[in-house]
Design a protein around this ligand. Sequence first.
Ligand SMILES: Cc1ncc(COP(=O)(O)O)c(C=O)c1O
Length: 388
Amino acid sequence: MKHRDYGCRDDARRGGPLSPDVTRSTTFEKGSAEEVRAVGVGEAPGEFYPRHGSPNCRGLESRVAELEGADGAVCFSSGMAALHAIVFSHCRSGDRIAASRDVYGGMTAMLQVDAPRFGIDVRPFDPFDPRSLASAVEGGLRLLHVETPTNPLCRVVDLPAVAAAARKAGAILSVDATFCPPPFQRPLAFGADLVMHSLTKFLGGHSDALGGIVSGRHELLEPLAAFRRRTGGILGPDTAWLVHRSLGTLELRVTAASQTASRLAAFLDDVRRRGGPVRAVHHPSLPGHPDHDVARRQMKVFGAVLCFEVAGGLDAAKGVYDRFRRIRRAVSLGGIETLASLPVHTSHAHSGPEERARSGISDGLIRVSVGLEPPEELQADLTGALEA
Ligand SMILES: Cc1ncc(COP(=O)(O)O)c(C=O)c1O
């Protein structure tokens, strides 16, 4: 059997040091011409060249594949490099992609700017409107791409419904599941073919590592690993080691942060109900959230990101934001510190007012990625910032 460049689920529990060494060497000496040839073409096991795959990347990939219930996983130097590889290893000129309108801005830009330059036709659709989904898949597709939960409103896409549409259209379904990692959300179990994560967020978990990963079945991963070999977007060994180490606390971190997020969402919703300066709260734990039931079916936690709208628009939201003492004013999410950002200034800064209105992104929104601080301290911070 040919040896794979990427890590497989079955390797995850292989013996060896509990904390693996970092292998930084970029070449590996062999004993004979025949050995160099055989390892190089994958006929014999062994390290060859780290752009093809490395021990630290395979260790991380095996563990993520195990968490996702996938055959294997392929890691990349960033979440965007992983999304880029999904699109350009599986699609060619003349192919059609249907992509949810609610995806990460970098993905939208790549689909608007780069995919058409290579003759790929992209159809945006609304994953929460069955008619929009039906018309996006009409006539067949190569790839259907969604993100769930979405940023920043934490909408949860009904994966079995999009998986059925993808199957009917003959498309691969890829899911960006960055906002809720495994084992809490496992899109492959709901019909996805590929699941992607920005490792930079919950899987890395400490705001100190940039990376991306895609998990799925071997027949869909092999083109991704070959594309990675050709184009060079693999993760470095030190970063792979850091993220792999962080996976040891993934479940504890995400469980605690999600519980705190649910508590803060309930608190903010209470402020709203009492007529306080909060106009809306978006978190799937709230019974009034449009996807509360879908989230209960698809996710084991409601997620550590929430979003709320301050009454009074952008100026009022900036006032609240600038008064935070414990919550950090920073972009990104999924780390151990609680971070807040104003979507109108960050993720949706490049969307026009009309597009923002269509997506429900109001000027007064504040997104909070909840970390591991004591919940009462975060609640006190929100109280102080809202009261002033
Ligand atoms: C949902 C989602 N997908 C993909 C990405 C891109 O990941 P990276 O920044 O690691 O390239 C991000 C980054 O914020 C994201 O939030």
